[in-house]
Ligand binder design. Sequence first.
Ligand SMILES: [Zn+2]
Length: 381
Amino acid sequence: MALPHGVVETPVFMPVGTQATVKTVAQDVLERLGANSAGAQIILANTYHLYLRPGHELIRRLGGVHRFMSWERPLLTDSGGFQVFSLSKLRKISDEGVEFRSHLDGSKHFFSPEHSMKVQIALGADVAMVFDECVEHPATYERTRASMGLTHAWAARSKDYFEAHKHEVPWFGDPSSFDEAERDGTPVAAGQTQKLFGIVQGGMYADLRRESAERLVAMDLPGYAIGGLAVGEPREVTREMIARTLEWLPQDKPRYVMGVGYPDEIEEYARMGVDMMDCVLPTRAGRHGLVFARVEGLVTRLNIKKLEFAEDQGPIDAGCGCMVCRRYTRAYLRHLFAASEPLAGMLLSVHNLSFYLDTMARVRRELSADSDAGDKSPASP
Ligand SMILES: [Zn+2]
């Protein structure tokens, strides 16, 4: 996936940097995550949070979110829709957009497709998302269908605004941005713009998922997300909806499932054809003392705070080559948690993110080996 700030190998897992920071993990550490220290290829930032604080116009004045947070690799911003619907108070939805009160200070705000685009262009991530409505779960067929109709109308308005204003992105044709990025080995081609991805909705109804996918594909966007999943439905339903939606999305454009999942889920979805995923789980679990490890071939979640690790001289995961497993014992990490030391959450987040990135790196190697073997097979066309 070629983006203005670099090429991303897919399938890819994207760490979530809600407030322009992946919680507790500094940018130079993000650049060295994983067994091969290749680091995160792309991270996510949240439009709703950055709009409220410090404000998108401030970030625009400081050159965009890449420069603001000193991250020269690719970035993606969500539309703000999911947070408006899940975090804010007293929201009022109309065809025009959503009025809501800030979860920080109760102040009143209005997000429309146009405003979401304006904010995302000011932030200047490589990938921006259309503004969508996220239907609650469970929701009736009629309610889901009406919400999906609104999402489609908002996608068209998002695209119209984006096309008219995409050159306003902070780094558009900015020679200083170009030179600075080039020194880091990640050239930003002057005159490039963000990529605007569509979001398929349709709840847990396969026919609505198909209709939504077809409507968005007709808009000819450079990538498509599958939204509204992992909202409390059983995992078999998530998998079924992903499979039924992928059928209707072009294979030659990035396909992104938002907000999933456990390590075995992201592996399964990647093998089904999903190119991009993001989730707060590795960092959130890490801050709570939970680590992912492969025990006897199975992905297991361990609670490092348990007494059984008090004198355990081994690493979190003997098969993990991350900077934490190369250096620290389970006993030491357990002690940091017991003493409420902030380093504990940071080190566990680094391991968990590395575990996710290494999972995706392995899937990429295996998929590419499979396709090489397929190319050489006399039976393949
Ligand atoms: Zn590790």
